[in-house]
Write a protein that binds this ligand. Structure first.
Ligand code: HSE
Length: 439
């Protein structure tokens, strides 16, 4: 072991402290695998005075992450600040431009600026590694960039947000309300600083944008992702779908279609028999289908201090092994332009929930609208609502009607639902959740 690599860590929050602890705890093994010694020479964080439970003696404290990024006493800049703009972006750009390798857990930064950052890394012949940005401890970046590099990938489907999976699991298994379960996830340190990034699906979309690039060799295109969060999912939905043999998961889906690549994030009905249905709590899973590999499913801890630190250290070890690959799997110049598939061209099965005015002919009129669009129904459940007063504004009752719809074009379903709304037989906007059978 002849050389020593010097690390500068920017950000000493949950993950930064985890990296510090792992490096100390598994020191011998990490050095052996890296083929050299690794030393944290400098750190930077917002507040120098708080007790983080780690001994920073002998380590240079730097107040500014950009200054740290260009310091002579570091070889690898480890960015654990977060955020797509501001200091994180400036510091990573600075580090790369100064010939420092970068390891980051920042999915928002990669999703929005990954193409440009990878080009800077290529220009300066340094690594930009980001395993911790997607699915915590699961080595999905490495799997796509290396293990599956010879395959034509047809789909990537993942449960990529621990907070949402935790919320949906607990709501379904314990009958608890959304807000109550969200505050648990926050206390456990899974949720983003602003949890609307989790529940609105943005965090999943950030991760999906990165995976799509690696899977299909196209430029990262976050803005092309169709996005829906889990805010509207109710106890009634969860109970109804369970009776029908499904659970609800927030999925990130990227599929190669004839018209381009479909990228979407939305709550999906997943058959209870699917391996993804068994992914509970804050766990993540990613299923990839390659033309020679077949389907591969990776699952594990997707958030939290230890799993994320595990991925950061793996990236550092890769650099130490002089294993700097193209950050996006191929030269940025050779990335194809992202070709977006139209969401309305999406075809699949659907769950539709309707609050129907309880009057003669209402359900028949609704069925007629589906028929007009040649949409065929797999099953239908009708019952008086138990979540609402059962009285509508017109003084009549309401029926909850839940339908499972066979494979159909999304455009046709949207037409049918628009007609049903216009007919005035329903009390609320229709609820529509796509059934995911890719997995
Ligand atoms: N807020 C994220 C999650 C953290 O809940 O999965 C890991 O990226």
């Amino acid at each position: 072991m002849t050389h020593r690599l010097k690390l500068g860590i920017a950000g000493l929050g949950t993950v930064g402290v985890g990296v510090w602890k792992l490096l100390n705890e598994n020191r011998e093994r990490i050095f052996a695998n890296a083929g050299c010694e690794l030393e944290i020479t400098a750190v930077c964080a917002r507040n120098a005075d708080i007790d983080r439970g780690i001994d920073l003696k002998g380590v240079r404290w730097v107040d500014n992450a950009v200054e740290l990024a260009s310091s002579d006493d570091i070889d690898i800049f480890v960015e654990l600040i977060g955020g797509e703009e501001g200091i994180a972006r400036e510091a990573v750009e600075t580090a790369l431009a100064h010939g420092k390798h970068v390891v980051t857990a920042n999915k928002a930064l990669l999703a929005h600026h990954g193409n440009e950052l990878a080009a800077i890394a290529e220009k300066h012949n340094v690594a930009l590694n980001y395993e911790a940005a997607v699915a915590g401890a699961i080595p999905i970046v490495k799997s796509l960039r290396e293990g599956l590099a010879g395959n034509n990938v047809s789909s990537v489907v993942g449960i990529l947000n621990g907070t949402c999976n935790y919320i949906l699991t607990k709501m379904a298994s314990e009958g608890r309300e959304f807000a109550d379960v969200l505050s648990d996830a926050q206390k456990m340190g899974y949720a983003e600083a602003d949890p609307t990034f989790d529940i609105g699906g943005h965090d999943t979309a950030h991760k999906l944008a990165i995976l799509t690039c690696l899977a299909f060799g196209s430029r990262i295109d976050f803005n092309s992702i169709y996005l829906e969060g889990i805010e509207a999912i109710t106890q009634a939905d969860l109970k109804a779908v369970h009776e029908l043999g499904y659970c609800i998961k927030l999925l990130g889906v990227a599929i190669r279609t004839d018209s381009g690549i479909e990228q979407r994030v939305h709550p999906s009905l997943v058959p209870l028999t699917s391996p993804l249905a068994a992914i509970d709590g804050a766990f993540n899973a990613v299923a990839v289908e390659g033309n020679y590999s077949g389907k591969i499913i990776l699952q594990g801890a997707g958030a939290g201090q230890k799993p994320t630190a595990s991925a950061v250290i793996a990236d550092i070890i890769d650099i130490a092994r002089v294993n700097a690959l193209y950050p996006l799997g191929r030269e940025v110049a050779k990335l194809a332009p992202y070709q977006r598939a139209r969401m309305r061209a999406h075809e699949g099965g659907y769950y539709v929930g309707l609050a129907v005015h309880d009057r003669p002919g209402a359900v028949a009129a609704i069925a007629k609208r589906f028929g007009e669009q040649e949409i065929s129904l797999e099953s239908i459940i009708q019952r008086g609502t138990d979540t609402q007063s059962g009285e509508d504004a017109e003084g009549g009752g309401q029926q909850s009607v839940v339908l499972i719809i066979h494979e159909t074009a999304e455009a046709a379903l949207r037409e049918a639902l628009a007609s049903i709304e216009a007919d005035g037989h329903i009390a609320d906007r229709p609820r529509m959740i796509r059934i995911e059978k890719t997995i």
